[in-house]
Design a binder for this molecule. Structure first.
Ligand SMILES: Cc1ncc(COP(=O)(O)O)c(C=O)c1O
Length: 398
C-alpha cells in the first residue's frame, strides 16, 4: 500500500462522504422506502422526500416552481431526456431544422443529438470553441439562423473547466431566433458556480448528483413551463411523468444531503476550492518542466479543475505511475481513456495529439486538505521524471 492515498478523479466518480451515506441508509429499510406514487404512509414519506428535495434544489437555483424539476437516474439520462425528448416531441415543427451543440459538450449531449437527428432528418452542427474552450458570441451568431431549433451549450466544461459566458451566448441566440430552445448541461457548474434561473434565460438544464459528492444515480432536469418534451422511456407508474420507473429514494435522500452540504457556506467552499486549485496548479508549474495548462485560468476557470498536459509523457502511463504512489487522476476524459482515443475536448481546443495524450485531469474537493496537495506535488515530479527518462520522445539535453 502507498503511504497515503489522494483521490483526484472526481470527474469520473466522486466519493460519498459518511454524512451523506448515513442519511441514505434508513431509506433502504427504515422509512421512506415505499413507492412514492402509492397512497399509504410509506408512499407518502417517499413522496415527501422527493418534493422536499426538489424544493431545496429549486431554492439553490432561485427557481420559483420546484415542479419544473424532473428526477432521472443520472446526468446522462437528464441530457438524453432534454435532447431526445425535445426533438421527438416537436418533430413536426422541427422538420429539416438544425441542432447546435458546442464541440466540447459531454458525450451524453453530443451522442443523443446525433442519434435522434439522424432518425428525424435534422442536422447537428458542432460549434467550434477557441483555444481556451470559449464559444465566441460572434462565431455563434454566424451559426444561429431561423432554421435552428435547439441549442445545447454547457455552463462549465467537465474536462478543462471553462466557465462559458452563457448569458452572452443566450442573448445572441434569442436575438437571432426567439423560437430556439436553449439547453445547458450544468453538471459541472452546480455547487461551484452560482446559477440563478431568474437571471439565466435557459429553457432546460441538467444536474448530476455525483458531481457534488452525492451518490451516483441521480440526475435532475429543469424544464421551463411551456417547453414540450416527450418521455424517452415508456414504463411503469411513477411520480415523474417524464421519467418512468420507481424513484430511487435512498439516492435522492443522499443527493439532498449533498446539496445541503454544497450550499451551506457556498462562497467559502468556492474560495477554499480555488485556493487548492491554485496551490496544485502553481505547484505543478513550478516543479515540473514542459507543462501546458489546458483551458483558461483565474476566474474564468472552474474552481475545482486542474488539467495540464505533460510533454513527452503518455497520460495513461502517468495515471498508472501515480497510482503506485496512491494518487488517483484521469487522463483526459474517462469516456476516451478506455479506448486510448484523445479527448474530443482537447482536440477541439487545438491540442496536438501528443499533448492531448499527455494530459491529466485533477479535480479538487472540499474534502481535500492542503497536505493532500503537498503529497501530490511531492510525488508528481518523480513520476513524470521517471516516465520521461524512459520515453524516446524526451529531448536529450547535454
Ligand atoms: C458535464 C457532464 N455532463 C453529464 C455527465 C453525466 O452525468 P452522470 O455521470 O450522472 O451520468 C457528466 C459525467 O461525468 C459530465 O461531466
Amino acid at each position: 500500500m502507498p503511504p497515503k492515498e489522494v483521490y483526484f478523479d472526481l470527474e469520473n466518480s466522486g466519493y460519498v462522504p459518511d454524512d451523506v451515506v448515513d442519511v441514505m441508509l434508513p431509506y433502504f429499510n427504515k422509512r421512506g422506502y415505499g413507492h412514492p406514487a402509492i397512497t399509504h404512509r410509506l408512499g407518502w414519506e417517499a413522496l415527501d422526500l422527493i418534493i422536499g428535495t426538489k424544493e431545496l434544489v429549486a431554492k439553490t437555483l432561485n427557481l420559483a416552481n420546484p415542479e419544473n424539476l424532473v428526477f432521472t437516474h443520472s446526468g446522462t439520462e437528464a441530457n438524453n431526456l432534454a435532447i431526445q425528448g425535445y426533438l421527438i416531441a416537436n418533430r413536426d415543427k422541427l422538420r429539416g431544422k438544425k441542432v447546435l451543440v458546442s464541440s466540447i459538450e459531454h458525450l451524453s449531449v453530443i451522442f443523443p443529438a446525433q442519434f435522434v437527428s439522424e432518425l428525424l432528418g435534422l442536422e447537428v452542427i458542432k460549434v467550434p470553441v477557441d483555444k481556451e474552450g470559449f464559444v465566441d458570441p460572434e462565431v455563434l451568431k454566424y451559426y444561429v439562423d431561423r432554421d435552428v431549433g435547439l441549442v445545447s451549450i454547457q455552463l462549465v466544461n467537465h474536462e478543462i473547466g471553462t466557465i462559458q459566458k452563457l448569458r452572452d451566448l443566450i442573448e445572441v441566440v434569442r436575438d437571432r431566433n426567439p423560437d430556439v430552445v436553449f439547453h445547458t448541461d450544468a453538471s459541472d457548474a452546480y455547487g461551484r458556480v452560482r446559477i440563478d434561473l431568474r437571471d439565466l434565460d435557459v429553457d432546460m438544464m441538467t444536474l448530476s448528483s455525483h458531481k457534488i459528492h452525492g451518490p451516483r444515480g441521480v440526475g435532475v432536469l429543469y424544464v421551463r413551463d411551456g417547453v414540450r418534451i416527450e418521455p424517452i422511456l415508456r414504463g411503469q407508474l411513477s411520480v415523474e411523468k417524464l421519467w418512468p420507473g420507481v424513484e430511487l429514494t435512498p439516492l435522492i435522500a443522499g443527493f439532498r444531503k449533498a446539496v445541503e452540504l454544497a450550499f451551506n457556506n457556498f462562497e467559502e467552499n468556492v474560495k477554499y476550492l480555488t485556493s487548492l486549485r491554485d496551490k496544485l496548479l502553481n505547484g505543478i508549474l513550478n516543479s515540473v518542466s514542459d507543462v501546458v495548462l489546458n483551458g483558461p485560468s483565474g476566474d474564468e476557470r472552474a474552481p475545482d479543475n486542474v488539467n495540464v498536459a505533460f510533454k513527452y509523457v503518455e497520460g495513461e502511463a502517468l495515471t498508472i505511475e501515480l497510482s503506485g504512489y496512491g494518487v488517483y487522476v484521469s487522463s483526459g476524459s474517462a469516456c476516451s481513456s478506455r479506448f486510448l482515443e484523445p479527448s474530443h475536448v482537447l482536440l477541439a481546443i487545438g491540442r496536438e495529439y501528443e499533448l492531448a495524450h499527455g494530459s491529466i485531469l485533477f479535480k479538487v474537493s472540499r474534502y481535500h486538505k492542503g497536505e493532500d496537495i503537498d503529497y501530490a506535488l511531492e510525488v508528481l515530479p518523480k513520476a513524470v521524471d521517471r516516465l520521461r527518462t524512459l520515453s524516446p520522445l524526451t529531448p536529450r539535453r547535454a
